[in-house]
Design a protein around this ligand. Structure first.
Ligand SMILES: NC(=O)c1ccc[n+]([C@@H]2O[C@H](COP(=O)([O-])OP(=O)(O)OC[C@H]3O[C@@H](n4cnc5c(N)ncnc54)[C@H](O)[C@@H]3O)[C@@H](O)[C@H]2O)c1
Length: 437
């Protein structure tokens, strides 16, 4: 059992805090957002993450999980303090470290005994050193700063956290390493490794992983675009290459570009870090610009299909979140499409199982929010599929044909087979496959 503080109670902080409580630790989560903390104190989870509520409620009930807005109160008696704070892109694309460094400065004078301070946020190489310097300024006790990047995926965050493929710990302190090993031991009982390395390598590992995955997605999108030009089928190519164990089956689905709170900002931040050391990380520049192009895929198709005139057309937009099983809309390709469509004078009826409340905060009543996918489709000129929520995978196509103005689907996620669409008589545009007309 350890006493832990988690500073920053967002997607990462809340999941980490809850899971560490689940493994028997006493966790206090700190956040400056008063409304969020009030909700948490009233046992309300402010985000959507499948499975979180069971662990959340159990650990609150058993007194192992508490919430506060006070940093001083939150870290009282803590042996380990996690920093799970935002690192959004700054104006020049580099990671904005102000959240982390400000908390680090405040922590210095508050520490009363040896403490391990852990960078859980995704931060550029050299941040652990900066955090150490900030804390050291006012610290009167010994402490260590550890880099422990988080690899959880929203939507399956609980499973990822409780059974990680690996845990990366960046530290040169044997004392901190021992404490971190004890903390993570319950999560790696199946034998997945805790990989201990220096701080800089740990920091770079996280950017390397996310940038590699973004590159893999972008590469397949490029293959899909080639498929369209030469008459090949990207789903066949995907199966053909994915069965090669050196390549692997995952992250090979073509679509309308990557989004989310991590890939776009992390690729950008790594490119920026490379710049700072005069390294031309060319592949990342290509990934970023190609991804921006890919996000316009549906809007370009729509313009082609409607001869450039989208004014007054009604579109049923299925899905808003950047991926299924989350309400997170940060950098979601759907949002950029909404903006473009509104600029073109189109009308949008949308349905997303979890993300509509967040989107209301961005677009308000400029678009219409529906109770399900059929209400969105009713009277629409076409359906636009933005997120591969399972509920969209096997719709009642007969019903859709009846309620749509025209049987037209622009599928950004390749949910249906082209032969099914042909059978039902839809005009069907997808990514990297023949268009059905
Ligand atoms: N979301 C993911 O899937 C994911 C996965 C792995 C790593 N990460 C990384 O983890 C970090 C956090 O990401 P997130 O998605 O959890 O962010 P988030 O925006 O969901 O949460 C951050 C929280 O920190 C709080 N906060 C801001 N300033 C604070 C302060 N001074 N004191 C206390 N709380 C403060 C905010 O109110 C917010 O609740 C980022 O660096 C991100 O790149 C995110």
């Amino acid at each position: 059992m350890k006493k832990i503080a988690v500073v920053g109670t967002g997607y990462v902080g809340l999941v980490s805090g809850t899971c560490f409580a689940e493994t028997g630790n006493y966790v206090t989560c700190v956040d400056i957002d008063k409304e969020k903390v009030k909700k948490l104190q009233n046992s309300i989870i402010p985000i959507y993450e499948p499975g979180l509520e069971v662990l959340f409620e159990r650990n609150i009930k058993q007194g192992r999980l508490t919430f506060t807005t006070s940093l001083q109160e939150g870290i009282e008696g803590a042996e380990i303090i996690f920093l799970a704070l935002p690192t959004p892109p700054g104006e020049d694309g580099s990671a904005d470290l102000s959240y982390i460094l400000n908390v680090a400065s405040a922590l210095g004078g508050m520490l009363k005994k040896y403490t391990v301070i852990v960078d859980k946020s995704t931060v550029p190489v050299g941040t652990a050193e900066k955090v150490r310097t900030r804390i050291a300024k006012d610290a009167k006790v010994e402490f260590d700063v550890v880099s422990n990047p988080e690899f959880l995926r929203e939507g399956v965050a609980l499973e990822d956290f409780m059974k990680p493929d690996r845990v990366v710990i960046g530290t040169s302190s044997a004392r901190a390493e021992k404490i971190m090993n004890e903390l993570y031991a319950p999560l790696v009982r199946q034998g997945n490794p805790i990989i201990v390395m220096d701080e800089k390598s740990a920091e770079l590992t996280k950017y390397a992983a996310n940038s590699f995955l973004a590159t893999k997605i972008t590469f397949m999108n490029e293959i899909a675009n080639m498929c369209e030009l030469v008459g090949a089928d990207v789903d066949m190519v995907r199966k053909g290459v994915g069965t090669d164990s050196r390549i692997g089956k995952r992250f090979l689905f073509a679509g309308i570009g990557y989004g989310g709170s991590c890939f776009p900002k992390d690729v950008q931040a790594l490119a920026k870090s490379a710049n700072e050391v005069n390294y031309d990380f060319g592949i990342l520049k290509a990934v970023m610009s190609k991804n921006e192009e890919q996000k316009k895929k549906i809007i370009n198709r729509l313009k082609e299909h409607y001869n450039g005139n989208l004014k007054g057309k009604t579109f049923a937009m299925w899905g808003l979140a950047f991926k299924p099983y989350t309400d997170d809309i940060r950098e979601a390709p759907a949002l950029m499409n909404v903006s473009e469509l509104l600029n073109e004078g189109a009308i949008i009826n949308t349905y997303d199982p979890e993300a509509m409340d967040n989107v209301k905060g961005v677009f308000g009543d400029k678009i219409n929010y529906c109770k399900d996918e059929y209400e969105a489709a009713k009277g629409a000129d076409a359906i636009l599929i933005m997120t591969e929520w399972p509920v969209f995978r096997t719709p009642d196509f007969d019903k859709l044909k009846e309620i749509l103005k025209q049987p037209v689907i622009f599928d950004g996620r390749n949910l249906y087979s082209t032969s099914t669409m042909e059978e039902y008589g839809f005009t069907y545009y997808s990514i990297g496959r023949a268009t059905v007309k």
